[in-house]
Ligand binder design. Structure first.
Ligand code: MV4
Length: 447
């Protein structure tokens, strides 16, 4: 097993990884920007190294600084966390070339899934249903029109190098497609330095359901159930839950079996998530994330499996020591993302946390690196805490969530806590009756 891991991230996820390391007897190195020197993950780490000024470009994305910090501290592995360099195949390759273990999937699998056209082609090859669309990239208007005719309008243009919704363009007919294609290509070029786009039939009101997977590269693959991540705005998730209130036992089993069988064929080694759109009883693969995800704790809550621990063990060359039949998925879990934002207009609200009291009690988990007196810096994304609730069933989980939100005190800055309160009280949400556009409609309602 590793003796010392460098955690190339910040905030709550850096602390989450530190906790797994501590419980495994592994020493930790925190790297941080000058804006993060007082963060709790830095204070708790065995060692810390400042890797640059506040802008992420100069610190958390600074490959030379991070590799130097690993060399200086004698770390034997690097955990990238999520965001930043976590899905950068070139960085993964460099980490390994410099003699450190990479706590993540192979650079080849990262690169494969990073190219959304190749990922979809691979998914089809592995027997996973995908959204009807162009089999390849569409380079010309003729090719786009031909593909759209085959799948039917409305169609969605997507960037091959994209993901997360950037550079998507919707077209309802040929005229709109002629306008959208050059715009989509230009946006893709500007955002990803790659103008490759592909086309899919547009699904109007799907749910976003993803499967948590772990493979050990030696034939061992497990799933930890699905997560319903449909409650989002501007591609920022606000609340996730597991199991999805939309699935029947039969449809869930179908989804999980497809995902596990595909991952086995892929020979995937690490934690990963397959994302699907779900509409009218059908699943359609859209992307695979080759990293740990923000919302991983809800899967841990219903399975009892420590995902980060398994990820570290597998990176150290150990096989999975659990099989699917060892895992009993039980109960219900919900994660609320607490952001330092105005709950009405979502403008960032950095600043000093003058009062802080986190909820507690049975079934409550708070993943956060903030504390009373901590100043939320303005340079990074606004997630400051994840409130994770477990209940024996969805009803108990919702009652407990409501009571935990009542207890939670964060003063001095604005947060999304009041929005979560409103959401939990909403009859539509309580019925579990929502889709990826539901939150936009909820927010647009008069109050
Ligand atoms: C779609 C779609 C509808 N039809 N694909 C957005 C992010 C990217 N990962 C995939 N996305 C979508 N792809 C087809 N064919 C709607 C979305 C989408 C979405 C997906 C998941 C979660 C939130 C979303 C919000 C808007 C659009």
């Amino acid at each position: 097993m590793f003796e010392k891991i460098l955690i190339a991230n910040r905030g709550e996820i850096a602390l989450r990884i530190h906790r797994a390391c501590r419980e495994m007897g592994i020493k930790t190195v925190a790297v941080h920007s000058t804006a993060d020197s007082t963060a709790m993950n830095v204070r708790l780490a065995d060692e810390s190294v400042c890797i640059g000024p506040p802008p992420a470009r100069a610190s958390y994305l600074n490959v030379a600084s991070i590799l130097s910090a690993a060399a200086i501290t004698g770390a034997d592995a690097i955990h990238p966390g999520l965001g930043f360099l976590s899905e950068n195949a070139e960085f993964a390759r460099l980490v390994e070339e410099h003699g450190f273990a990479w706590i993540g999937p192979s650079p080849e699998h990262i690169a494969l899934m990073g190219d959304k056209v190749r990922a979809k082609e691979e998914a089809r090859r592995l027997g996973i249903p995908t959204v009807p669309g162009s089999p390849e990239a569409v380079a010309t208007l003729d090719a786009a029109i031909e593909a759209a005719r085959l799948v039917g309008y409305p169609v969605l243009l997507k960037a091959a190098a994209g993901g997360g919704g950037r550079g998507m363009k919707l077209a309802h007919d040929e005229a709109e497609l002629a306008e959208a294609l050059p715009l989509a290509q230009a946006e893709a070029k500007a955002a990803f330095s790659d103008d490759t786009v592909y086309l899919e039939r547009y699904l109007e009101r799907p749910r976003h359901i993803e499967v948590q997977l772990i493979g050990d590269g030696a034939g061992g693959v497990i799933h930890l159930g699905e997560r319903d991540c449909s409650l989002q705005r501007s591609h920022q998730k606000l609340l996730e839950e597991t199991p999805s209130p939309a699935l029947t036992p039969a449809s869930r089993q179908r989804l999980l079996t497809i995902a596990v069988n595909a991952l086995k064929k892929l020979g995937y080694k690490s934690t990963g998530t397959m994302e699907f759109l779900y509409q009218d009883g059908e699943f359609y693969f859209i992307e695979m994330n080759t990293r740990l995800q923000v919302e991983h704790p809800i899967s841990e809550m219903i399975s009892g499996v420590d995902i980060v621990r398994e990820q570290i063990r597998i990176a150290a060359g150990e096989p999975l020591n659990i099989v699917q039949s060892d895992i009993r998925l039980a109960g219900h879990a919900i994660e609320c993302r607490i952001n330092a934002e105005n709950p009405d207009d979502f403008r960032p609200s950095p600043g000093r946390i003058s009062e802080y009291h986190a909820p507690g009690g049975l079934g409550i988990r708070v993943d956060s690196a903030v504390y009373q007196g901590y100043s939320v810096p303005p340079y990074y994304d606004s997630l400051i805490a994840k409130l994770v609730i477990y209940g024996a069933n969805r009803e108990e989980c919702l009652m407990r969530l409501s009571r935990a939100l009542d207890e939670y005190v964060i003063g001095g800055i604005e947060t999304t806590l009041p929005l979560h309160q409103r959401l939990v009280d909403d009859p539509g949400f309580r019925r579990g009756d929502y889709h990826i556009h539901w939150l936009d409609e909820f927010l647009a309602r008069p109050r």
